[in-house]
Ligand binder design. Structure first.
Ligand code: XMP
Length: 540
């Protein structure tokens, strides 16, 4: 709980920084598309931050947002446990747009009625905009066609409107859009943030620019300027360490914080023994020589392996790795502080992104925990440092844009994501040294062949997974009984959803032949053809 409160506070701080530039606050009722709403707003160069629906009215007011969006959510407004905002959000004289559950919550709160729909509306529906002369056109639908296909996902719908509201759009089964233009409160039952909704972007733009008069000031450069200022304010005269892995997220975070704090930041790159082949040496060199970052390389592979001995449960692996990381950071911090010229280290910098947060944290109502990402939920409750996570509101492609703006080399910007717990979540069952080497060799072949086929920059991730499953094979004249390697190659925009890549047969063939020939102990290769959802990208 302590962590959840801290996270809400950190999110609010992120939001403050952005809202100062005329941004929009998205209050989260636990909708699966909440983060998409924030992203669509940033695509319009307007600052946006997602905050839990329980954020206090004072906190929201302090942010001085140009507008507030109330997200969708899985609950029914009549559930006793249904998530709620402070009703005062509707009385701040700040424009509000409710989406799906947000619309139902507004309706119920202001005295209208919501009821269970006879038929659940899921998927596409046809929206007719009510722009009859007597009704007058709504700002929300300026420049939008009179009839559009929209994306729905709701079981309840609005039955009667609160006083002062009028219907501005309908689908066959429901009142689909309403407004009270005098109070600048708008609501839609469908999801304008989802690509399947025609002209959804137009509608959001109308809300942002016509209704809220938001300022399109969000850009990579503005983000860098704002977040360096916010970091300086947050850390004061304390010092910080950064858990650096050489991946795009932590490297962008390190360069950003380095800009804010200069030499008061020391980066620590830990070899957990679960990195990819040759990764520790190569990455250290690149970070030090090309990026000129101050990095301490710590080879902790033995102790990580010892900590994981006998452990097979995926969540337990993640938690132990998370704890061990913190132990290493704490020890290194102590050593640094023992040095004469060093000040007190109060902060740990991490390259946490929004998808890491949403899959690890479950605010009451909002999205259920899927797995504990090591740079978020895998951290112990009590830590000797406070966290600095400047990328916490962003998606990977946004971070890549910031990285480009910061002048990071292309090779880092296009690098595939690699999970904090490393190969541990790609080696099923107990982690042992020989199996790690087997997996590193197989993985290196997958990546090499994907590069050779010119596909590395086109796919989201490509890697090998080692399965503790033995099967019978034949090599030469002898029987073999070796391990299985699964090859996983996926495409994705943001890791929230992913599809397996239809690799050309020749590429699959080369990967398979090379692994069985070059990696001792592996006799069978399988290709993973599952999408996310229902599978996740990593196997554990
Ligand atoms: P899943 O397996 O949840 O992965 O579909 C989504 C994306 O996140 C990466 N991933 C992690 N990244 N720490 C990280 O920094 C973690 O603990 C972690 N687990 C998964 C994964 O590689 C994919 O890109």
């Amino acid at each position: 709980m302590e962590n959840a409160a801290k996270q809400a506070e950190e999110q609010a701080q992120g939001g403050r920084m952005k809202a100062e530039l005329g941004g929009v606050v998205v209050l989260d009722f636990g909708g699966q598309y909440t983060q998409l709403i924030a992203r669509r707003i940033r695509e319009q160069q307007v600052f946006s931050a997602v905050l839990p629906c329980t954020t206090s009215i004072e906190e929201i007011r302090k942010l001085e947002p140009a507008g507030i969006i109330l997200s969708g959510g899985p609950s029914s407004v009549y559930d006793p446990e249904a998530p709620k905002c402070d009703p005062q959000v509707l009385a701040l004289s700040i424009p509000v747009l409710g989406i799906c559950y947000g619309m139902q919550w507004i309706t119920r709160t202001l005295g209208g009625t919501v009821e269970k729909a006879e038929r659940r509306e899921y998927g596409r529906a046809q929206l007719r905009i009510d722009d009859s002369k007597a009704n007058g056109a709504s700002d929300l639908f300026t420049g939008v066609a009179a009839s559009l296909r929209v994306w729905n996902s709701h079981g309840d719908h609005v039955r009667t409107l609160p006083e002062g509201f009028r219907t501005i759009g309908r689908t066959e089964n429901a009142i689909a859009a309403v407004e009270n233009s005098a109070r600048k409160i708008y609501a839609v039952e469908f999801h304008p943030e989802v690509k399947h909704t025609e002209q959804g972007t137009e509608l959001l733009r109308n809300f942002l620019f016509r209704v809220c008069k938001a300022k399109p000031k969000w850009s990579g450069a503005a983000f860098i300027e704002q977040s360096t200022a916010a970091i300086r304010e947050k850390v004061g005269n304390k010092w910080a360490i950064c858990g650096l892995s050489g991946g795009v997220d932590s490297t962008v975070a390190a360069v950003l914080v380095h800009r804010a704090m200069g030499t008061r930041l020391t980066n620590i790159f830990v070899n957990t023994g679960m990195l990819r082949k040759n990764e520790f040496e190569q990455t250290l060199e690149m970070l030090r020589d090309r990026l000129k970052l101050h990095v301490i390389g710590v080879d902790a592979s033995e102790r990580f392996l010892a900590r994981l001995k006998g452990v097979t449960d995926p969540e337990e692996k993640r938690k132990r790795i998370g704890r061990e990381f913190i132990a290493v950071f704490a020890e290194e911090a102590q050593k640094l502080q023992a040095g004469k010229a060093h000040g007190e280290i109060g902060y740990l910098v991490q390259g946490t992104l929004y998808p890491d947060v949403i899959e690890s944290v479950s605010v009451k109502g909002p999205s259920a925990t899927i797995k504990t990402h090591h740079n978020v939920g895998g951290l112990p409750e009590k830590m000797p440092f406070a966290l600095v996570e400047p990328l916490r509101d962003l998606f990977k492609d946004e971070v890549r844009r910031i990285g480009k703006e910061l002048g990071l080399p292309e090779e880092i910007l296009v690098k595939h994501p690699f999970p904090g717990p490393g190969l541990a979540v790609r080696l099923l069952g107990e982690i042992t040294s020989p199996h790690l080497v087997t997996l590193q060799e197989a993985d290196a072949i997958v990546v090499e062949e994907i590069r050779r086929a010119g596909l590395y920059d086109k796919v989201w991730q490509a890697f090998a997974v080692l399965l503790p499953v033995r099967s019978v094979g034949v090599m030469g004249d002898g029987r073999t009984y070796g391990l299985t390697v699964a090859v996983r190659v996926v495409e994705s925009d943001d890791a929230m959803t992913a599809d397996w890549v239809r690799l050309p047969g020749e590429v699959l063939e080369r990967i398979s032949t090379r692994i069985v020939n070059e990696v001792i102990g592996v006799t069978r290769i399988v290709y993973d053809i599952s999408s996310k959802p229902p599978s996740t990208i990593e196997w554990e």
